[in-house]
Design a protein around this ligand. Structure first.
Ligand SMILES: Cc1cc2nc3c(=O)[nH]c(=O)nc-3n(C[C@H](O)[C@H](O)[C@H](O)COP(=O)(O)OP(=O)(O)OC[C@H]3O[C@@H](n4cnc5c(N)ncnc54)[C@H](O)[C@@H]3O)c2cc1C
Length: 376
């Protein structure tokens, strides 16, 4: 091994992306995960790789790099991946203005502004009622997170790393971490990718970075009837106010004001709706955004109803029965950053707060982290 020893805390997507990238660069890698398998945000999400949500420029490039990495790794890891594309539907005039402004500013090949008639021909699941148009983007991709994360962990092991599940890290010493069973794992570089944890590792550094926790409610329908294809990952007006990508569009402020007036409860609970179809034909639906340090134990049925009501406005789905409901939590920057990297000590990298884009952006960030070690 040309390089030294990397220890990674957490086997979510950020930890595994760092593990694979470090292995490729010739480091020895050990991953320590407290649970028996990944159970955090990385297996509770939509599984959508989402460049369209990322601001044009370096972050969009990072997202597209992430999509390419997932594509390269799909066969060796044996994971399901569908390049479904995304269809952003506009029902309000302000939303249609945003899509036109966004497409006009974009340099991406492959964006298609579509009329309602074109949408009816290509995407029968899109609700035509009040539809003004839509934007199809071919880059967005779906992975099935609950099986993709274990597949990536197996690949990390096959490529030579040690992966220890059921092994919580309880203390960071100068050049080693200590696990709950008293073992010490020495490191040259330590990556802490501990998800929504704010209290265990360097809590003062996390607090100083202005991080908060965000809880999201999610649902999955029963498998749709055989032959039903959603056609793309579907979103609509609410989503255009959610992601950084659309902030520069002049119509975004107008749409936000209109949604605030028309859908105050959706805005209060941070509801915007994504529908993504998975390999068994089911649709993963969400989500809401609630910010706090600690959350009530119960999720809210009325918030689920807001999500389902918004979905019915823009999608015609044969079977709306819900098979499962869950919540996910991630850290989010209150300072508007879309990813946070901290170095509480010279040889420690904490990677967190990728909000709703961690599945998409982790690979690019891992590349930056590993490249930084070669320079140090
Ligand atoms: C509902 C929801 C929907 C989302 N949708 C999308 C999407 O469609 N597209 C997208 O790109 N992103 C999406 N995201 C964001 C993405 O899922 C997250 O940004 C990403 O999963 C964060 O990865 P992570 O590895 O930091 O966290 P996690 O997956 O939470 O992993 C952290 C791991 O660290 C482990 N750990 C914690 N403490 C210790 C310890 N002391 N010792 C050992 N192990 C420890 C935990 O057990 C956990 O397995 C979504 C997130 C949520 C919650």
């Amino acid at each position: 091994m040309a390089n030294g020893q990397i220890v990674i805390v957490g086997a979510g997507i950020i930890g595994l992306a760092h593990a694979l990238t470090a292995l490729e660069a010739g480091w020895s890698v050990t991953v320590l995960e407290k649970d028996g398998r990944a159970l955090g945000a990385s297996v509770r999400n939509f599984g959508t790789l989402w460049p369209i949500g990322c601001a044009a420029g370096p972050e969009r490039e990072q997202a597209l790099f992430g999509v390419r990495r997932w594509q390269e790794l799909a066969a060796p890891a044996g994971l399901w991946l569908k390049p479904h594309g995304s269809l952003s539907l506009a029902h309000r005039p302000e939303a249609w203005d945003i899509l036109q402004q966004y497409a006009a500013a974009g340099t991406e090949a492959g964006f298609e502004l579509l009329s309602p008639a074109a949408i009816a021909r290509r995407f029968p699941a899109a609700n035509q009622n009040g539809l003004r148009g839509g934007l199809f983007s071919p880059y967005e991709t779906v992975v099935h997170s609950p099986t993709a994360l274990p597949a990536l962990a197996r690949l990390v092991e096959q490529r030579g790393a040690e992966v220890h599940f059921g092994t919580p890290v309880i203390r960071v010493l100068d050049e080693a971490v200590e696990t709950g069973d008293g073992r010490l794992f020495p490191f040259d570089q330590l990556v802490i990718a501990a998800g929504d944890d704010l209290r265990t590792f360097f809590p003062q550094a996390l607090a100083a970075a202005g991080l908060t926790r965000c809880r999201l409610q999610m649902m999955r329908t029963v498998p749709q009837p055989a032959g039903f294809d959603l056609g793309a990952i579907l979103v609509s007006d609410l989503t255009l106010c959610h992601y950084p990508a659309f902030r520069h569009c002049p119509a975004t402020a107008l749409l936000r004001a209109r949604l605030q007036a028309e859908l105050p409860r959706h805005c209060e609970w941070g509801v915007h709706v994504i529908a993504a179809q998975h390999p068994d034909g089911s649709l993963v639906l969400g989500d809401s955004h609630e910010y706090a340090t600690d959350f009530d134990p119960d999720t809210r049925a009325d918030v689920d109803d807001l999500i389902l009501g918004a979905l019915r406005q823009f999608a015609s789905v044969p079977d709306f029965r819900i098979a499962a409901r869950w919540q996910g939590i991630y850290l989010k920057s209150t300072l508007g950053q879309t990813q946070v990297v901290l170095h509480p000590r010279k040889n420690i990298t904490m990677v967190t707060a990728m909000g709703g884009l961690g599945m998409t952006l982790s690979w690019g960030l891992a590349q930056q982290t590993v490249a930084g070690w070669s320079k140090s």
